[in-house]
Design a protein around this ligand. Structure first.
Ligand SMILES: Cc1cc2nc3c(=O)[nH]c(=O)nc-3n(C[C@H](O)[C@H](O)[C@H](O)COP(=O)(O)O)c2cc1C
Length: 170
């Protein structure tokens, strides 16, 4: 099994150390290897390091707090002029980034933006405004990334539950 798949957990606490330019490039390169519907490759990524922007992003939903504390946030967006299956395409790209982060000794967390809200305010519209994202683009999620300041055990093998796997018929 691929080591980073086993070790990956959602990391929400980070040391203050910066994520280097080389590491950011490796994360984005990993995303670019993703499959996509009709090879449409609709993804766009916004690399955010500015503390003020990250603070604002952390207020997008009740669950976006990690964005304020992470040295790096990547917004995963889609160009709707290219997209055929933007949610699936961007989800795979986001997971590539999270797995590559583990391989680099970093940790990350998916922060849902698409179809999320805070007190009736649409999270996607809110993020689009902060990051000046044009009209014809969608925002799937934010990825908060940094050097882990918390340790989490891998999910146990018992979670590979036989009850969830079916052969030939349900
Ligand atoms: C689609 C999706 C949305 C998520 N949204 C959030 C979120 O908004 N905030 C957050 O802290 N974690 C979020 N998570 C992380 C989950 O809470 C986490 O994956 C789950 O609890 C399992 O823990 P693990 O990632 O450590 O295995 C999200 C994960 C996924 C796949």
């Amino acid at each position: 099994m691929i080591k980073s798949i086993i070790e990956r957990r959602s990391i929400r606490k980070y040391s203050p150390d910066e994520v280097t330019e080389e590491e950011v490039n490796a994360l984005l390169e990993a995303a670019m290897y993703s499959p996509s519907s009709f090879n449409s490759r609709p993804w766009h990524f916004i690399v955010v390091r500015d503390p003020d922007k990250k603070e604002k992003l952390s207020k997008a939903t009740p669950y976006s707090g990690p964005a304020a504390k992470a040295p790096l946030v990547i917004a995963v967006c889609a160009d709707m002029k290219l997209a055929k299956r933007w949610v699936e395409d961007c989800s795979i790209a986001a997971e590539h980034i999270l797995l590559q982060a583990v391989d680099l000794g970093l940790g990350g967390c998916w922060i849902q933006i698409y179809e999320s809200e805070l007190e009736g305010r649409d999270a996607e519209e809110y993020v689009k405004e902060i990051l000046k994202i044009p009209e014809n683009y969608r925002v799937l999620c934010l990825l908060s990334i940094g050097r882990p300041a918390e340790k989490k055990a891998a999910h146990s093998k018992e979670e590979f539950s036989k009850e969830k796997v079916h052969y030939e018929e349900f």
